[in-house]
Design a protein around this ligand. Structure first.
Ligand code: URP
Ligand code: ZN
Ligand code: ZN
Ligand code: ZN
Length: 510
C-alpha cells in the first residue's frame, strides 16, 4: 500500500474502543488505514510506538491568545495595539501570542485549538475583529486553529447582518458571551438577542456564567474589611454565584430553544443545574478545566501575593466536595468537554511589578486588580492522561472523548477528534509505560511565554513522546520540531450534537 507514514505497534484509543498491536497508515496527511500488520510501504516514514498508547491529537476548545486580560478587572482595553502581532508596550501585554501559545499546545499533545476573536471596543464590527485576528494568526501557528467570536455588544447590525457573514464567509459557528466582567458582560435582554440569532443560524452559544452584581457587591464589602489578599478572590464569589447565573442562562436558553455550552464550570451546584437540564433533554452542554479537577483554593493562599498566580474566574474552589462533583460530572457525561481556558499573564512584569500589584496597595495587594486567568494549554492533555487515565480515575476512552472527540463534534471540526480512515492524522504517541520515569513538573519544562505554571510540582506519569499533525511530527522527545507557519485555519461546520427541539414555553414563536 501507498503510505507516507506508518505508525506501528501502538495501543490505539478512540472514544469507543482500544486496539492493541495496531498500526496506523497515513497518506497526504489523512489516516487511510488502521489495523494490525499493515503492509510495508517502501519509502514511507516508520515510527515504532513500542506498544504505547496512541490517542487522537488534543482539541482545546477554549484558548485565549493575544487577548487583554485587563478587561477582566474592569479596564477598557484597546486590542488594536497588538494588531499584526506587534506589541509596542510589553507592560500592557504579557500573555501568549499565537507563536508561543501554539508552540506550548503541540508540546503538550494538542493539535488543534479554538481561540477567541474578541470584540473589545463596544463600537467595533465583529468582521473587523475576525480580520484582525486572522492577521495575528497568519503564519504564526504551530498547530491547526479555528476561532470563536467573543461578543460584548450585540447590536442589531451585528446579530442580524454580521452573524450570518461570520458563519458563511469565515466558518465560525460559535460565539462566547459573558455574564460577568464590567466591560464585557451582557444584560439578559442582550443575551436573548444573541440566542435569537444564534438559533436561526445554527450557532452554539458559549456562556461564562457568574453573577456580576453579586461579585461587585461582595468585592466592595470585602475591601471595607481589608480582606483583599488574593485568596479572597474566592471569598467574593462562592459557588452559588456561578450556580445562580448558570441556572438563569439555562432558563433563557430553554425559553429561546437554543443550545448553549456553559464554559469552565468550577463548582458542584452549577454542575447540578446542568445535569438537571440534561435530564430534561435540553441541549445544554458543560465544559470544565484541569484547574478545577486538580487544584484547590489553598493555591491562592500562598505568600503575601504569590496566590495571585492562581486567580482565575470562576475561582478554584475551596471544598473538596466541589472538586469531587467536577470529577463525577466528567465521568457521567455532564461535562461534554475538558478545555484549558488558557489565559496566561506573566507574574513578574518587565516593569518590576507583579501581576496586578499596584503602587500604594495594601500589603497583600488587591485581588480586584489581578487580571483573571491561568496558563494551561500545554498541561491539559498530559494532566488528564496522567492524573485521569493512569491514576485510574477515568478510562482511556473517556479521556479521548472529553479532550478530543467531543470538542471536535460540538464545534463542527469534521476531520478532527478520532483515529479512523478519513480523519486528519493528528496523533499523540505516548511513552511506553515501562520506559517512562515519572517526574515533577517545573515551569522551565514548558513552552509558553509566562513565568509560572499553577501545576508546578505535580507528578506526571507520562507525557507525549510524539505529537503529529496531518502526518507530520511537530514535537518529538521533548523538543518542538514543527514549523511556525504549519498550522492551518479551519473553517467549521455546524456542531454535530443535538440542537433546538422546537419545544416552546408560551405561544410565542421566533
Ligand atoms: O479567569 C479567566 N477565566 N480568564 C479568562 C477569561 C475568561 O473568563 O474566560
Ligand atoms: Zn470565561
Ligand atoms: Zn476563557
Ligand atoms: Zn523544548
Amino acid at each position: 500500500m501507498d503510505f507516507d507514514l506508518v505508525v506501528r505497534n501502538g495501543t490505539v484509543v478512540t472514544a469507543s474502543d482500544i486496539w492493541e498491536s495496531c498500526d496506523i497508515g497515513v497518506k497526504d496527511g489523512t489516516i487511510v488505514a488502521v489495523g494490525p500488520g499493515l503492509p510495508a510501504a517502501p519509502g514511507a516514514q516508520e515510527i515504532d510506538a513500542e506498544g504505547a498508547f496512541i490517542t487522537p491529537g488534543g482539541v482545546d476548545a477554549h484558548v485565549h491568545l493575544s487577548q487583554f486580560y485587563e478587561a477582566t478587572v474592569g479596564v477598557d482595553i484597546d486590542r488594536s495595539i497588538i494588531t499584526n502581532g506587534i506589541v509596542p508596550d510589553p507592560e500592557n501585554f504579557v500573555g501568549d501570542t499565537f507563536d508561543t501559545g501554539t508552540r506550548s499546545a503541540i508540546a503538550g499533545g494538542t493539535t488543534t485549538i479554538i481561540t477567541f476573536a474578541s470584540q473589545m471596543k463596544k463600537d467595533e464590527s465583529i468582521i473587523a475583529v475576525i480580520e484582525d485576528y486572522h492577521k495575528l494568526a497568519k503564519d504564526q501557528s504551530y498547530c491547526d486553529y479555528a476561532f470563536h467570536v467573543i461578543i460584548t455588544n450585540p447590536t442589531p447590525q451585528i446579530v442580524e447582518d454580521e452573524f450570518p457573514r461570520m458563519v458563511d464567509e469565515y466558518g465560525i459557528t460559535s460565539v462566547k458571551l459573558y455574564m460577568t466582567y464590567k466591560p464585557l458582560k451582557l444584560l439578559d435582554y442582550q443575551i436573548l438577542d444573541v440566542m435569537y440569532s444564534a438559533r436561526k443560524l445554527g450557532i452554539t452559544t458559549m456562556v461564562h456564567a457568574e453573577n456580576a452584581d453579586v461579585i461587585d457587591w461582595m468585592t466592595q464589602h470585602l475591601e471595607q474589611k481589608l480582606m483583599t489578599h488574593p485568596y479572597h478572590h474566592g471569598t467574593s464569589r462562592p459557588p452559588i454565584v456561578e450556580a445562580e447565573a448558570t441556572n438563569r442562562v439555562i432558563c433563557l436558553a430553554e425559553l429561546m430553544d437554543t443550545p448553549i455550552l456553559l464554559v469552565h464550570i468550577s463548582g458542584g451546584p452549577a454542575t447540578k443545574h446542568i445535569r438537571d437540564a440534561q435530564t430534561r433533554l435540553l441541549p445544554i452542554y458543560g465544559e470544565t478545566c484541569p484547574q478545577y479537577m486538580f487544584l484547590l483554593a489553598d493555591s491562592m493562599r500562598k505568600g503575601d501575593f504569590e496566590g495571585a498566580k492562581c486567580i482565575c474566574s470562576p475561582p478554584i474552589r475551596e471544598d473538596k466536595s466541589d472538586q469531587d462533583a467536577i470529577w463525577a460530572g466528567v465521568k457521567n457525561g455532564t461535562f461534554t468537554i475538558v478545555s484549558s481556558d488558557h489565559a496566561p499573564r506573566k507574574f513578574n512584569h518587565p516593569n518590576g511589578k507583579q501581576r496586578g500589584l499596584k503602587d500604594g496597595n495594601l500589603p497583600y495587594g488587591k485581588f480586584r486588580l489581578v487580571p483573571n486567568g491561568l496558563p494551561g494549554v500545554e498541561t491539559r492533555v498530559p494532566l488528564l492522561f496522567s492524573g485521569g487515565v493512569l491514576s485510574e480515575r477515568i478510562s482511556p476512552q473517556k479521556f479521548v472523548e472529553v479532550t478530543s472527540t467531543n470538542p471536535a463534534k460540538l464545534y463542527g471540526l469534521k476531520k478532527k477528534g478520532s483515529i479512523a480512515p478519513g480523519f486528519d492524522a493528528d496523533l499523540v504517541i505516548w511513552y511506553s509505560q515501562t520506559k517512562f520515569q515519572p517526574f515533577k513538573l517545573t515551569n522551565e519544562m514548558l513552552h509558553h511565554a509566562v513565568d509560572y505554571t499553577p501545576f508546578e510540582g505535580i507528578e506526571f506519569k507520562n507525557w507525549p513522546r510524539y505529537t503529529i499533525i496531518r502526518g507530520k511530527v511537530v514535537f518529538s522527545h521533548g523538543e518542538v520540531v514543527g514549523e511556525l507557519n504549519y498550522g492551518h485555519y479551519i473553517r467549521r461546520e455546524q456542531g454535530l450534537l443535538p440542537g433546538p427541539r422546537d419545544i416552546w414555553l408560551s405561544e410565542w414563536r421566533p
